[in-house]
Design a protein around this ligand. Sequence first.
Ligand SMILES: *Cc1c(COP(=O)(O)O)cnc(C)c1O
Length: 431
Amino acid sequence: MKFYNLKDQNEQVSFTEAVQRGLGKQQGLFFPVTLPEFTQKEVATLLEQDFITRSLPILSAFIGDEIPQNTLAQAIKTAFSFPAPLVRIDDKIALLELFHGPTLAFKDFGARLMAQILSIVGKNDPITILTATSGDTGAAVANAFLGLKNIQVVILYPRGKISPLQEKLFCTLGQNIHTLAIEGDFDACQSMVKQAFEETPLRKTLKLNSANSINISRLIAQICYYFEAVAQIPPNQRSELVISVPSGNFGNLTAGLLAKALGLPVKRFIASTNVNDTVPRFLIEGQWRPEKTKATLSNAMDVSEPNNWPRIEALFRFKNWSLKELGYGVVNDKTTERTLLELNELGCLSEPHAAVAYRLLRDQLQAGESGIFLGTAHPAKFKDKIEPILKLRLDLPPELAQRANLPLLSRNLPADYRALSDFLRKLPLSF
Ligand SMILES: *Cc1c(COP(=O)(O)O)cnc(C)c1O
């Protein structure tokens, strides 16, 4: 399958090249030249298969024959080594739990598949992963690449703006994982990363690769769990399905829309955000006007310039869908707190990101529809925020308990590209 640069239609690359380069010229995102589609019968068959078996044809629809089927099947098995269960909240609404991976967030799916694919297509040449995180990406990427041969990983995050436990998950690893605490917000981190990719000599020497949701391999990995969600619904209840996606950089929603484009029966998606509401305002006013990023309870969604939006626009254009069909909504911290309490009364111990998605789903679901909202992170990752709201005490799962007392190995850096560039130049090239 070919992928093209959304900023320059003439730049077309193979899947392998898109994965290795991350971004195209002028920082353009790669997007499939054509969107594959399964027949209804094929979708029905896929939905009868198990998660691992089904993910092979789904991913092959985008990868084509660039990776041999048995190699890809093995990579899927290694990457998707944990379940994505659908848990009923009431008779209309269910929660898709995407947090059973090693770093307890949905980003494990994409990061782990990407690590596998890169080591297959990279043939062990030294590379450097450079990425910005608003929280969970860092942990997922660091853990997915930890100890991989010839791969250095550099992760930027906004200092003091991610949960202390989240920080412990990826800033205590050492080895080939380097973490930089930046004096700025996530958008500042993302912009520094973008600048490094623009510096061609540096990019080439270090073989820079961004592992954030920009990378097409991470995005297509996430398509697989949307199928897994629907597969867990009885066939006679699969029509009129609405899925609410807690969104920050909009990779997760892009993957959901790609699943729908492939033929997955989803009536409507809801783009659920916190008060960093560039997309909802765009859908209302038709104007793209990012504002300064605001810190919220759902901090992994504190993104005011969501990177993946051009992909969503391209997808709607290709399918001739109207953006008017996309649901959306904004939830502030106060309502998020109230919703956490409400979910707790329903027997669901949740966290702020899922609560944002649940809130809009419950408010917007119409008669005859049923809904799924995505649980993007394990509640324990946000223990310090949830405990005072719900007035209870949460135990740490073993993945977190192990790391909670280890010292942070991060280095502080100003939000200044020169500081990053100096750091990168001193990085050992191979490992
Ligand atoms: C990254 C993240 C999100 C936002 O996902 P996007 O794909 O960036 O929209 C939501 N919730 C959690 C817990 C996350 O880590």
